[in-house]
Design a protein around this ligand. Structure first.
Ligand code: ZN
Length: 279
């Protein structure tokens, strides 16, 4: 099922897309698409829902982030060898983990203001994994059975905050709207093998990232298992799995977002995002 949240920011309602791409209302069945609803067994209960019989939503309301208030966002760094190379860093022997705050979430068509003082704002299209069931030291064989679904993510950064201001990467990864997700949260049954998806991003119509999730160094199965050895993964947690080559940092000379650009990105079967960088 392709799940969405629609309506004004802060007042979104849960919905789903029907076979024709029409918007249907799920609010009669679910309060929201959030960790609480996922923990109460949403993955199982969705199986009984016939989307084609849900009420149709009139008009074309705004789509918000298709997941509300994740408890945590765990990001994987340097997970495509061509991106590690363009960043001038060795391919990691184990997954690199950093955290993004859930306050960074943004809708798939919402403009993103360049944060104050950000001179090196950059893009990273990534496949996001949404956890459906609690994982503690889950085995690789069982890992994907704990996944609720997948979502397209833009892991926005400011490279100066990330790399030139001391300490860890988190300073550059957590400004407001640094994590647009969506447009759809697609349940795992509709994706099948998550290592077969085309992934791309363009800036002002120029394709700069163009890869496939099959090129990850550490695949989704390994990442869910690996992260769950260091922290408990709870329903609604989001793991964003790293970006392929083609970010602004890797260009000669580097190309950073100044405000006024339009970003467009997408992943096979997960839809596409489009918005302007403002200021
Ligand atoms: Zn990233």
């Amino acid at each position: 099922m392709r799940l969405v949240r629609y309506g004004l920011e802060g007042h979104e309602r849960p919905g789903a897309l029907d076979a024709q791409g029409g918007l249907r209302d799920l609010s009669g069945l679910l309060a929201d698409i959030d960790p609480q609803v996922l923990a109460r067994g949403l993955p199982a209960s969705l199986g009984a829902v016939d989307v084609e019989r849900l009420p149709q939503v009139e008009g074309r309301p705004r789509l918000g982030a298709p997941l509300a208030r994740p408890g945590k966002i765990v990001a994987i760094g340097l997970n495509y060898s061509d991106h590690a190379a363009e960043a001038g860093l060795p391919e990691p022997a184990e997954p690199v983990i950093f955290m993004k705050a859930s306050s960074t979430l943004s809708g798939p068509y919402d403009d993103v203001p360049r944060p104050a003082g950000a001179e090196k704002m950059d893009w990273e299209v990534e496949l996001g994994i949404v956890i459906g069931a609690t994982c503690r030291s889950v085995s690789e064989d069982d890992a994907l059975g704990h996944v609720f679904g997948y979502v397209a993510v833009n892991d926005l950064s400011d490279r100066a905050f990330q790399l030139e201001r001391g300490g860890q990467w988190d300073k550059g990864k957590n400004f407001d709207r640094a994590c647009p997700i969506g447009p759809w949260l697609v349940t795992a049954d509709e994706i099948g093998d998550p290592q077969t998806l085309d992934i791309w991003l363009s800036v002002d119509g120029q394709r700069v990232q163009d890869s496939n999730t099959g090129r990850m160094i550490f695949g989704c199965r390994h990442l869910v298992s690996y992260v769950s050895r260091f922290m408990t993964l709870l329903p609604g947690d989001l793991i964003t799995t790293g970006t392929p080559a083609g970010v602004g940092l890797g260009m000669q000379p580097p190309r950073y977002l100044r405000g006024g650009e339009v970003l467009e990105l997408g992943i096979s079967r997960l839809g596409s995002q489009k918005y302007a960088i403002t200021r």
